[in-house]
Design a protein. Structure first.
Length: 455
């Protein structure tokens, strides 16, 4: 993991956000078992609710453009309370890394390597992610976001075309006949788990360059692309599986198993499984990266390389302790996570923005034209100061000459002679003074211009 010296382009950052959300398509079992054929409506509700959440993220970043999430918390809440919240976020990122690593290992074991122990798979993926975090950096990670996003969209469209003969559009009926609390519960799950988890990207926004557009189009564009992908996946699974969608722990993979072009091109789910594994690996690596840099910032480590293997070992261990099987994970995703995660994803960022607003810490993002106008105003303000300096420099020799000429002898006899001599001396002194002033004026103006240029 290298220190970032160059800024990441906003479009690359947007596709990284989209790829992160797309990798959560396998977690649709958390809410499809609640709303079944109306799950696609829940995704649209979640996108509408997510709009103000993304706006809060963008406004928070633009108010503190040179800081990441932890820098904002320490600025708004102070040293002690800010470090306390930063420690809670480190724990939050660590749990996300551990859970997604377990999801990746369980998916590979269920689809490709059923005889391989789960511990071996977890350690293998962890070491691969650790190498990516150690060698690469933010720029190396986001540059694969566009490629992975486009591949995922093409795979989803291809599976829709290949399963068209298996679809029954009557599976979408009846519509909106469930209890309202189920829609609220499912919408909360979708907002909390796939969409609002993009708060982890606030740890890297100080290395992102968006230009005049700001961060809201970048964040919202990534969320919309990810939402469209998940919406297409959910509608495809409902049209193919119907109400039996709630019986599977991985509905998307069950749909892919039914793809059959010809007798020789059947059982193509392995090809799609590799794409899903690549998406999950991108998500785990990104979470791993954010956890390491956040722990380094809180613990003030000089060498972050020691934290990589330490955090990885704890992530593998905690994955087996928190949820020993997939059933416990699904139950937690429906009952516990939607109540705890909004504290870190919605409530605390919103409260931080409100406090910063009342304390006068927020400011508008300056554009390039405003910066140029500000620099021109500073130059015009510096010009009168340089002019006054040149005038004072030219007047000082004449003043000293007047003081030196004011002296006269005290003897009464020689008073008349001294007066005549003083008159002639004053006239010659005045001539010399005018000559010296004419010679000193270019020099003083030159020094004044030098001062104005230096200012």
């Amino acid at each position: 993991m290298k220190a970032e010296s160059k800024k990441v382009h906003g479009l690359d950052f947007m596709f990284a956000v989209a790829c992160y959300i797309q990798s959560s398509s396998l977690l649709s079992s958390f809410f499809v078992s609640i709303t079944r054929q109306d799950s696609w409506i829940v995704v649209l509700f979640a996108l509408i609710i997510c709009c103000p959440v993304v706006w809060v993220y963008a406004r928070l970043i633009e108010s503190f453009p040179s800081k990441n999430l932890f820098g904002i918390l320490q600025t708004v809440y102070g040293k002690y309370l800010g470090n306390f919240f930063c420690g809670l976020y480190v724990l939050f990122f660590f749990i996300l890394t551990s859970l997604n690593l377990s999801d990746l290992s369980e998916f590979v074991k269920a689809t490709i390597m059923p005889q391989t122990p789960l511990v071996v798979l977890s350690i293998t993926f962890l070491l691969t992610s650790a190498w990516a975090v150690y060698v690469g950096g933010l720029r190396q990670m986001v540059k694969y976001g566009f490629l992975m996003t486009m591949i995922c969209l093409l795979i989803v469209i291809a599976t829709i075309i290949l399963t068209m003969n298996l679809m029954d559009f009557e599976n979408f009926l009846p519509t909106m006949d469930l209890q309202p609390k189920k829609y609220v519960q499912a919408t909360n799950i979708v907002v909390t788990i796939p969409f609002a988890e993009v708060i982890i990207f606030l740890m890297t926004t100080n290395h992102v360059q968006t230009g005049k557009r700001g961060f809201f189009p970048v964040f919202f564009g990534g969320v919309v692309i990810g939402c469209i992908t998940i919406l297409l996946v959910i509608m495809r699974d409902i049209a193919v599986l119907g109400n039996t969608i709630s019986l599977f722990s991985m509905p998307s993979f069950e749909t892919l198993r039914m793809v059959s072009v010809t007798q020789t091109l059947s059982r193509m789910e392995i090809v799609f499984a590799f794409i899903l594994i690549a998406l999950l690996f991108f998500k785990v690596t990104w979470l791993y990266y954010v956890t390491v840099i956040s722990a380094k910032q809180v613990l003030r480590f000089q060498d972050h390389r020691r934290l990589i293997l330490l955090i990885g070992a704890l992530a593998v261990t905690s994955g087996f302790i928190l949820y020993p099987n997939s059933l416990a994970h699904n139950e937690s995703g429906q009952k516990i996570v939607p109540l705890v995660w909004p504290i870190f994803e919605i409530i605390l960022p919103l409260v931080t923005l409100i406090i910063a607003k009342f304390r006068g810490m927020t400011h508008k993002r300056q554009t390039g034209s405003e910066n140029q106008s500000g620099s021109s105003e500073s130059k015009s303000a510096a010009a009168p100061q340089s002019g006054s300096g040149s005038q004072s420099g030219s007047k000082s020799p004449s003043g000293s000459g007047k003081q030196s000429d004011s002296k006269s002898p005290s003897d009464s006899k020689e008073q008349g002679d001294s007066k005549s001599q003083s008159k002639s001396g004053s006239s010659s002194g005045a001539k010399q003074g005018r000559d010296s002033q004419s010679q000193s004026r270019p020099k003083s103006s030159g020094s004044g211009s030098y001062r104005s240029q230096s200012v």
